[in-house]
Design a protein around this ligand. Structure first.
Ligand SMILES: NC(=O)c1ccc[n+]([C@@H]2O[C@H](COP(=O)([O-])OP(=O)(O)OC[C@H]3O[C@@H](n4cnc5c(N)ncnc54)[C@H](OP(=O)(O)O)[C@@H]3O)[C@@H](O)[C@H]2O)c1
Length: 275
């Protein structure tokens, strides 16, 4: 059983998911603390996972080896500034899951020179199927990188990026990505209904096909282009459909959509981090 003491600042959706993943992975609930101003929310997390709770952020941080900042991005400056004295004294590993906030801004708010890992999880983390990119500032040791990775792996895939600027591309791909797939599934459902399928049948066929395609691709050593070619017989139905999608500039549309998301991510980071 892992005995590292972890504090979560903010008892919202992301903290719930991470705590659930850690406990399922065998981490001791006795080593997990959570703080939030909302006592009802703390009560819910305590009764579900038997973790320690407190309304005082400094108190839980002062007793921990790792602090996970899990508040909304617009609140992070205020929360981090409030934690600066205890972080400077205690020197925990700090993990920020706040979307779009640059590590240099979090580090400055925490008083500087922190061992800081910035993460970009996505919403499927809520069902332990997330995709998270992590970036570590230079002062994070190899052992602490492993620790951060093991925490984020509790809710799905966790991959490192070595250049923080790439976090905007990550946001455009996996951060916003679930919505792209929801849109595609929605479109398949609507088109299936237009072709005469009952709504429920269209919905379940679309969802299971999305799940099955992703599962098959994840489990295969072949790349997705090859998997696509294998299910596209010359002169068949799939080939007809793919010709329509390609001539509708589907790839270029995704390129444009993700560039727009990446640019917006940069703008938001500058806005949140501005002095
Ligand atoms: N949910 C996701 O799938 C997802 C994906 C990627 C990144 N993230 C990041 O994860 C972070 C948390 O997101 P979330 O979805 O878990 O948000 P959330 O459900 O709103 O949780 C945030 C929690 O922090 C509490 N809080 C507010 N002020 C606080 C303070 N001063 N000290 C301690 N706690 C405070 C909030 O309470 P109140 O509600 O009372 O304000 C709320 O319970 C965000 O920065 C977000 O960008 C989330």
């Amino acid at each position: 059983m892992n005995t590292t003491r972890v504090a979560f600042i903010g008892a919202g959706n992301m903290a719930h998911s991470l705590i659930g993943g850690l406990v399922a992975d065998g981490w001791s609930p006795a080593g997990i603390s959570v703080s939030d101003p909302d006592k009802q929310r703390l009560g819910a997390v305590a009764s579900r996972f038997q973790v320690h709770t407190d309304t005082d952020n400094q108190q839980v941080t002062g007793n921990s080896d790792v602090v996970v900042l899990a508040v909304k991005p617009q609140l992070l400056r205020e929360v981090a500034t409030g934690l600066a004295p205890v972080v400077q004294k205690q020197r925990p590993l700090v993990i920020s899951v706040a979307a779009g906030i640059r590590s240099a801004d979090v580090d400055r708010w925490l008083g500087g020179d922190c061992a800081l890992v910035r993460c970009m999880p996505n919403t499927p983390a809520l069902v332990q199927s997330g995709a998270t990119a992590l970036y570590a500032t230079p002062s994070v040791s190899a052992g602490r990188r492993d620790l951060a990775e093991s925490i984020l792996r509790a809710v799905g895939l966790a991959l490192w990026v070595e250049d923080e600027d790439l976090m905007d591309a990550v946001t455009a791909l996996s951060g916003s990505g679930p919505a792209y797939f929801f849109l595609v599934i929605e479109a398949l459902e609507e088109a299936g209904q237009a072709l005469g399928l009952p709504a429920k049948t269209a919905r379940l066929l679309a969802l299971q096909t999305a799940f099955g395609a992703a599962k098959m691709a994840l489990e295969s050593s072949d790349d997705v282009a090859l998997l696509r070619q294998r299910v596209t017989s010359p002169g068949g139905t799939t080939e007809k459909a793919l010709t329509v999608l390609e001539s509708g500039r589907l790839r270029a549309l995704f390129h444009d959509a993700m560039s727009a998301a990446r640019d917006r991510s940069r703008e938001l980071a500058s806005q949140f981090g501005a002095d």
